[in-house]
Design a protein around this ligand. Structure first.
Ligand SMILES: CSC[C@@H](O)[C@@H](O)C(=O)COP(=O)(O)O
Length: 364
């Protein structure tokens, strides 16, 4: 996607370099800067500090991180150590493990001297596939938006509510739920997006507004607690969110607060879709509430808030009395029964084991 007229991806490799460049998301929307990740330690740090974030992007960054580790030391021991360290950087998005396993499997039988090249080639493939997958998924999801527009006699924009940031900077390009929005908007369907601020880190307020504004998509920022009220008053036609892990039964783990939106949507008969590539499906588990590890992040993400001061510097200020204890579970699980469907690169599935297997029969 474009930033000030220049086409960017959230992560890229320059030629055959043994490093990658990423957009530093900790500075957005106040400053657009890129950062070079030179080795596996840089990749781990970028994932942990959320310089890069969003399930698909974490996966691709992990893949390049493993390639950089093998560039420095291609031994079996280092492969295992780097895999474990990268995999532990953030525990909830399964795309990380998915991508690491693909790179590990691709190099396992390769002699040490050729491992780095094989790993980078595999990471490059995952990078390219992410872009293609998101484009296909967006087209499937945009059909849902078109149906609503047609059902309303094309009389008004389709109002979409979204949570967190699921756009091109959360993936390599396009995005998941926001990819659907871009596709609908670019194909001439009038849309308006209600953007949840997404406390505590405010990915909606900082990142989604920045993305939508840059692309010219009409949107309005709302406090996280406003969604239920808007749904009660008919101001939301559809909810579109992403996911960090979807179980084989269709439970969806996503940014904290997603579950409450799904409850409100159900109470108000608003369709609620999760948009995610198949790399986000964890086929090994069924019950998301019981089985998905929810990342607990630092409490100062809740007690403090970051913003830009009058002089342009990015500052972090405390909201609470000194010493206030805060809990910070970063994700929650929305049970499959609350989801209208799952939008994937193979089409729209019912959020159930049978529904998912109908699209992915090879998993039966
Ligand atoms: C890319 S869309 C799916 C999710 O990764 C997204 O909704 C989300 O929860 C991101 O969380 P984050 O903690 O910002 O990495």
């Amino acid at each position: 996607m474009k930033v000030d007229g220049v086409a960017y991806r959230s992560i890229w490799r320059e030629g055959e370099a043994a490093s990658v460049v990423v957009v530093d998301q900790t500075l957005l929307p106040h400053r657009f800067e890129t950062l070079r990740l030179e080795n596996v330690a840089d990749a781990i740090d970028a994932i942990k500090r959320m310089v890069v974030r969003g399930a698909p992007l974490i996966g691709v960054t992990g893949a390049y991180g493993l390639a950089m580790a093998l560039h420095d030391d291609p031994s079996d021991d280092n492969l295992a150590a780097a895999f474990a360290a990268l995999n532990a950087a953030r525990p909830t998005a399964v795309n990380l493990r998915w991508a690491l396993e693909i790179v590990r499997d691709a190099v396992a039988a390769v002699p040490p001297g050729a491992r780095a090249a094989a790993a980078f080639a595999t990471a490059d493939r995952l990078h390219a596939e992410d872009i293609a997958t998101n484009g296909t998924m967006a087209a499937h999801g945009a059909r849902l938006i078109r149906e609503i527009w047609e059902a309303n006699g094309r009389s008004r924009p389709v109002n979409i509510l979204t949570h967190c940031n699921t756009g091109w900077i959360a993936c390599v390009d396009w995005g998941t739920a926001l990819g659907v929005v871009y596709h609908a908007h670019d194909s001439g369907i009038p849309v308006h997006v209600w953007v949840d601020e997404t406390r505590p880190r405010n990915q909606g307020a900082s990142l989604t507004t920045w993305e939508l504004g840059s692309h010219g998509v009409p949107h309005t920022l709302i406090a996280d607690n406003a969604g239920g009220h808007l749904m009660q008053h008919g101001a939301v036609d559809i909810c579109l969110v992403g996911a960090d892990r979807v179980t084989a039964h269709g439970d969806a783990c996503n940014k904290i607060g997603t579950y409450l939106k799904a409850l409100a949507a159900r109470d108000n008969n608003v369709p609620f879709y999760v948009v995610m590539p198949s790399s986000t499906i964890d086929w090994r588990i069924g019950d998301g509430v019981k089985e998905i590890e929810i990342e607990e992040r630092a409490s100062d993400e809740v007690t403090h808030i970051a913003g830009v001061a009058g002089d342009g510097t990015i500052v972090k200020v405390r909201l609470t009395p000194k010493g206030t204890r805060a809990a910070n579970p970063a994700f929650d699980v929305t049970p499959a029964r609350l989801l209208t469907g799952l939008v994937t690169e193979r089409g729209v599935a019912k959020a159930s084991r049978d529904g998912m297997l109908a699209l992915f029969p090879e998993r039966a």
